[in-house]
Design a protein around this ligand. Sequence first.
Ligand code: AR6
Length: 180
Amino acid sequence: MEWTSGAGRRIVLREGDITRVAVDAVVNAANAALAGGGGVDGAIHRAAGPAIMRELDAIRRQIGRCPTGGAVATSAGNLPAKYIFHAVGPVYRDGRHGEPDLLAACYRQCLRMAEERQVGTISFPAISTGVYGYPLEEAAAIALREVKAHLEQPHTTVQQVILVLFGREAYEVYAACLKG
Ligand code: AR6
């Protein structure tokens, strides 16, 4: 399923494994320690190779932890991409502890980093909706709102955003949200 902005920029929903989707930048759902983990983080590190963790080690030596709502960039190793943006989503408690703003900040930060690097295509997983417990419907609304707002700006290098959903259920939730 797709959505197209007035200027012809596209949001594409895909079901599957984000490590197999060729883009300029792939977003990872990381943790504040940038230490790797399970879920999409584990899949990305396995597919990209050990050089990525060495880059994150160097970043950690410089900045310590990455704040929730933020992201850091590495190269993409063996992935079909140029960059990985490691975004730290919020752990969901009840939605009244700043979670919506922090999740929105992740998307905005990654899109800003994409502009800085002249990225044309970027893929996102459904950040925070796995181990971090963010309800899919609420996360989908935030992700789509932020991505649409970005693509509707007059000047952007990003022409295509691919939202990669793991499993049919997640895909259907995003598709329903995109249909409005
Ligand atoms: N491709 C696309 N999406 C995936 C894939 C994949 N290969 N694998 C899982 N997902 P999660 P979080 C989906 O738990 O909630 C890690 O341990 C998954 O179905 O990966 O942000 C980190 O190190 C879900 O919809 O990330 C952190 O400690 C979405 O990706 C913590 O988990 C996010 O699920 C971050 O938790």
